[in-house]
Design a protein around this ligand. Structure first.
Ligand SMILES: [Fe+2]
Ligand SMILES: [Fe+2]
Length: 303
């Protein structure tokens, strides 16, 4: 595939960007709970017209907390996956070994950043918000799949982060600057990860025939189905947190709308934006045009 990504280039870029957790969270860097955390294209809280503006903002912040927690969670499977991949490729290319280890190290840092963020959020928001898990169980379930399927899931997640930031967050002046800064710093390192994921997918697909490649693609879709099940549960958690945070009990018809619209918002946020990402589709197509066709036939459900 003619993408031009290399281990040496990502390593050089990563060294120039590398930030420390203590430089981006803590001290005077506080969340402003008077502002929204998530762009409306992902949160879709304005569609819930029976909520007041304040209630929409509170739901938006719950979704923001969930967003960073879910990234913390998925990174718990990405970390061991990259470590295992790196372990098998320590010899032969020093840049590859170093780039993959740097990738793993950054994900370990992101996991810690998001835990740190969660503490700040809970202290300032005042209501505990549940998030699907536990992370080690989710990681175990995902890692039980074909490595090519896991690598495609990782590729999907990391391109998705970039799409969210570049298309919806970067130029949104209504968002809390501190929350935006967290997303920006995360994105800066994810840029390299998505390129490394592309190289990992290629390494794992090398030598496979079309049928074997399609088995990996099928498992990528199975992991997507598993995540979708988690999102259904997450919407219930968010509904519960919303009612506790606002002390407003929704009527049954309002709950039904909340569940339906927020599930679709979550599907777009975590599944649709990755499955329809042009770079993900290009990589699938480079494996076999059938892979792209299959994913494109399913992705409209996550719009
Ligand atoms: Fe990350
Ligand atoms: Fe990453």
């Amino acid at each position: 595939m003619n993408h031009g990504y290399s281990y040496q280039q990502t390593l050089t870029a990563s060294a120039a960007i590398n930030w420390r957790i203590e430089d981006i969270i803590g001290g005077s860097r506080r969340l402003n709970f008077d502002m929204a955390f998530m762009p409306e294209s992902l949160a879709r809280v304005n569609e819930l017209t029976f909520l007041t503006e304040d209630e929409q903002r509170i739901l938006n912040q719950i979704r923001g907390n969930t967003y960073l927690c879910i990234f913390g969670l998925v990174e718990e499977f990405i970390l061991p996956f990259v470590m295992d991949h790196a372990r098998q490729h320590l010899q032969g290319d020093d840049f590859r070994a170093r780039a993959l280890l740097q990738f793993a190290s950054e994900e370990a840092k992101h996991i810690q950043l998001f835990k740190r963020f969660r503490q700040e959020f809970e202290a300032g928001f005042g209501t505990a918000c549940a998030v699907i898990g536990p992370p080690e169980e989710i990681a175990k379930a995902i890692l039980a799949h074909d490595p090519l399927g896991v690598a495609l899931t990782t590729l999907h997640i990391e391109w998705m982060v970039q799409r969210h930031y570049v298309d919806s967050i970067k130029d949104d002046q209504a968002l809390d600057p501190q929350f935006k800064s967290l997303l920006k710093h995360h994105w800066l390192e994810e840029v390299q990860h998505a390129k490394l994921d592309t190289l990992m997918v290629e390494a794992l697909a090398a030598g496979r025939g079309e049928e074997e490649v399609m088995k990996g693609v099928q498992e990528y879709l199975e992991i997507g189905g598993f995540i979708d099940g988690g999102l259904k549960q997450q919407v219930e958690f968010d509904l519960d947190a919303f009612e506790r945070a606002t002390a407003r009990l929704l009527a049954d018809s309002e709950k039904e709308q909340f569940r339906r619209l927020q599930l679709q918002a979550n599907r777009w946020t975590y599944l649709g934006t990755g499955m329809t990402h042009e770079k993900v589709l290009e990589t699938l197509e480079s494996l076999t045009p059938k892979a792209r066709q299959l994913v494109e036939s399913i992705s409209p459900a996550f719009g």
